[in-house]
Write a protein that binds this ligand. Sequence first.
Ligand code: HAS
Ligand code: CU
Length: 543
Amino acid sequence: MINKKDAQLSLAFLTVSFIALFIGAIAGLLQSLVRGGVITLPLSIGYYQLLTAHGVLLALIFTTFFIIGFLYAGISRTMGKLYDVPRRSGWLGFVMMTFGTGLATVFILLNKATVLYTFYAPLQASPWFYVALVHVIVGSWLCAFSMWNQYYIWKRRTKSNLSPLFSYMAVMTMALWFIATLGVAATVILQFIPWSIGWVDKIDILISRTLFWYFGHPLVYFWLLPAYMCWYVVIPKIIGGKIFSDALARLAFVLFLLFSIPVGFHHQLLEPGISHNWKFLQVVLTFMVIVPSLMTAFSMFACFETAGRKKGAKGIFGWFKVLPWNDVRFFAPMVGMLIFIPAGAGGIINASHQLNQVIHNTLWVTGHFHLTVASTVALTFFGISYWLVPYLTGRTLTPLMNRLGIIQTIMWAAGMFFMSGAMHLVGLFGAPRRTAYTTYNDSPIATDWIPYQVSMAIGGTILFAAILLLIYIIGYLAFKAPKGVMEFPVGEVEEGAAKTPALLENWKVWVGICAVLILFAYTIPFWHMIEHAPPGSRGFKYW
Ligand code: HAS
Ligand code: CU
């Protein structure tokens, strides 16, 4: 049973995350219908306004709140409880983040911040939008400090060399987040706020985008790592197996810290003003960051196979049949894993410099991130919610809710098949992303895209229905399900696995190497940007 106060903190974060998910999903439904040419919006709502609400509320708010809530619950579970000081600073972080979220949402709904979730300059929102973002970021830093503080106190009190795997991963995830958000905080505080208030009239676009992508790429691993925490730590327990290797899991997380930050240029491969040598270097580093995902795939296969063999499975693929397919706690993340195979392959295509020229700024990219964050990560988060919510509220996952969860997962996968599949294909035909419905004066090329856009609308509608089902299940699990004890599954390490080297817990070494790699990949190109800076741009409001 979780400590009540810890449960409240986690539940607070999860509540905001699900509210954001619901509002963001409404925006998603409407925009997929607009883009498919099925409906037109009443004049007062803009397509790009919806797109901003969708991106900010889902990519930034749903994920961050869910992750922090999940991490607190897991830390409390694996370290016994949260200590008072970390718990209190967690609440402070929650209040700041929620205030920022509310403020940002109001300004988006007032149509004063229609700048999409990447808020590229020279699009200029109201200064309050950027102030709101700062609150979300600084609030999340308080949560990061609070988790590190918890880890530090736990180590001192238990005099233990090795922290629990889940907590170690949580500390690493927040380290990645903190180092990454330094970039976005810098551009928001030093560039966007003074410029949007009018203290300065020009902004350097290339520098703002570079600082954004310094953050924007590790952001995607900040989403992915908590899903991997479920795969490494939770799934082995659910399937009745063991964690394949504690050391390998930790090493994968170390590699994410090292390689996920100095690679932001792979989002700027077609940006002028950065020399191709530096782009090449960052592409090489991007290929390095694929390695820990391949290690994860290996580890999961090993875990499935050993668990299957213990249950008597024979042959090369016998283990596949004995997996608990009718347990949604396994099924939803597993569908996420399966989707990550094509999704990751798409990422490797994006990162290949020449292929990037074909897909950049097309709907292919939108398809890519709906398979990665909106399928692999989201399905894993849904799978977690089905046991985490009743675990926190002292209720149980009933067989009926389990079945509905399986249906929800299938609907999600089907919706994404139609939506993301069509996005990938039509992207290859050149259909641009970030664009409302248009036939470009009935140009034959653009009219060829329309059937795919209709498929996107069909997929979007199935996805929205799946969100309604999800919200129903979560609501039921939170308020209606029978009282009982739900487990927070935490796997044990395979017997006879190699001992975890203490070096993996030496933060000075890893943060030090991470800093060196960042300086190596960014210092000179950044210096060039400052040295050859154009005069900068005034702000534009196109909405
Ligand atoms: Fe990405 C753009 C490259 C992964 C998210 N990406 C985006 C954007 C988002 C995003 C949101 O290089 C758009 C940003 C924007 O608005 O402009 N991405 C990559 C690469 C990877 C990758 C190389 N992306 C992700 C993940 C995301 C995400 C993860 C979210 C969570 N991405 C790019 C590039 C762009 C980009 C370019 C810019 C494009 C442009 O031009 O704008 C890699 O990390 C992928 C590695 C993954 C694998 C898969 C391993 C498979 C596993 C599953 C195993 C399955 C099992 C089950 C065990 C190699 C681990 C098996 C069971 C059986 C029974 C079979
Ligand atoms: Cu990236």
